[in-house]
Design a protein around this ligand. Structure first.
Ligand SMILES: [Zn+2]
Ligand SMILES: [Zn+2]
Length: 426
């Protein structure tokens, strides 16, 4: 359900969230699999790692705990279906990226960020023993029950705790918030500006009596200048700073409202989807869309991807080596077409490009169009790496075969999930 309550994450969920954060850098840089992350995440990370290696690039991203912050994760929205419950969790962190090409330094940035991770767990009391699950060791599709007896491909045995909870999606967002240190810093600047303004104003109003040469002769004015003005600037500087922060906040709100596209189309999209699946939320769709866009961009040949049915991507996208969600997935338009919905989104990303030896970061807007069937409920735990064949019921990894390896029937992504039908620069 769409319950919005903020609380600190503890226990096994926290352990996996913290481990995921610690493993992400190595996963991108060395292609190391993260065992408790969903296969779809690993698949996208693996494609990114291949892109880096192909270009001879070493991307070191270090995620660290910021000054005055803790490693605490807090929970945001949650959603669940019959078997699984997902919670969006977030943590304030810093992220430093260093890019080298063929051993030579090319680029560094260091950003204040918020890491969002979705953690998915089995709803307590339910036993999804026969639901398809990927083996955390070899990646083959199995079931929760079978993996507890030992994977039939690699033999590894798992406890339910190894399989769930798992991290099912993630993204970073630039942090617009302020730390105490930055707040103090801003206030100090505002204080000195106020002091100078006050002094200039006093000189102006009292016809130069406050000018330094006059103050030497007039001791009582000297005392006012040295004591009253600095003291008076403490609250006045605070008020000035408050106005500045308020204006900045309004400007940011206007900017992000512009990014969200038409509120009307987003609302009608959301309410249409809720009719198919009451658990549908725009947050869920956003993390899904981000993941599909990233996978398509990192892929060597997007047309080989199960979920991508569009044209060749713009060749410029082949130079993308890192993609961070830019905080908005706007809904441009939404249409009902027979038994399909078609939604056109405007997706904002901070993109790191490697064009030859030139590495640069750029804010980029993509236009991404998704379709989905409307006669079937949304499967919130869907993964293209563990698909249940609609013809024979066998489970397989559809990133490796588009046809069911057991009955040979072609598998159509729109049976279960979203298809990306167009991806271009906006
Ligand atoms: Zn296995
Ligand atoms: Zn089959």
């Amino acid at each position: 359900m769409g319950i919005f309550n903020i609380k600190e994450i503890t226990g096994k969920n926290k352990k996996k969230l913290v481990n995921f954060r610690a493993s992400l850098g190595e996963a991108v840089r060395l292609g190391k699999e993260i065992p408790f992350a969903d296969k779809d995440i690993n698949y996208s990370l693996q494609l990114q790692n291949e892109r880096l290696r192909e270009k001879g690039i070493d991307l070191e991203s270090k995620i660290y705990i910021r000054d005055g912050d803790t490693d605490k994760f807090f929970s945001g929205r949650t959603w669940k279906d019959a078997h699984y419950e997902s919670t969006m969790c977030y943590n304030g962190c810093g992220i430093k990226r260093v890019v080298k090409k063929n051993g030579k330094w090319r680029y560094t940035d260091n950003k204040k960020s918020v890491l969002y991770e979705t953690v998915t767990d089995v709803v307590s009391g339910t036993h999804p023993d026969n639901d398809p699950v990927n083996c955390p060791n070899c990646g083959m599709v199995s079931t929760a029950a079978a993996l507890q007896d030992g994977c039939s491909y690699c033999g590894t045995k798992f406890r339910m705790d190894d399989l769930f909870p798992k991290v099912s999606s993630y993204y970073f967002l630039d942090d617009a918030g302020m730390t105490k240190k930055e707040f103090l810093h801003g206030y100090l600047i505002s204080y000195f500006i106020t002091l100078i303004l006050l002094y200039v104003l006093a000189c102006f109003l009292r016809s130069d009596i406050y000018l330094p040469q006059n103050l030497i002769q007039n001791k009582s004015y000297l005392i006012t200048t040295l004591i009253a003005m600095p003291l008076g600037s403490i609250p006045l500087g605070y008020i000035l700073y408050g106005y500045f922060l308020f204006i900045r906040m309004i400007a940011k709100a206007i900017m992000s409202a512009g990014k969200m596209g038409t509120a009307g189309s987003r609302r009608s999209f959301e309410s249409r989807m809720k009719k198919i699946s009451p658990e549908f939320s725009y947050e869920y769709f956003t993390s899904k869309a981000i993941s599909l866009i990233k996978t398509a961009i990192y892929s060597k040949n997007p047309q080989d991807l199960l979920f991508y049915t569009g044209k060749d991507l713009d060749p410029g996208m082949k130079d993308i080596i890192d993609l961070n969600y830019g905080g908005a997935l706007g809904c441009k338009s939404f249409r009902d077409e027979g038994n399909m919905v078609r939604v056109v989104t405007k997706a904002y990303f901070d993109v790191l490009y490697a064009d030859g030896d030139r590495i640069y970061s750029k804010s980029q807007v993509f236009s991404a169009t998704f379709i989905r069937r409307t006669d079937l409920p949304v499967n919130l735990n869907f993964s293209m790496t563990r698909i249940q064949c609609p013809t024979c019921g066998s489970s397989f990894d559809a990133t490796k075969n588009k046809n069911c390896p057991y009955c040979e029937n072609p598998y159509e992504i729109t049976t279960d999930d979203w298809a990306l039908v167009e991806l271009k620069y906006n």
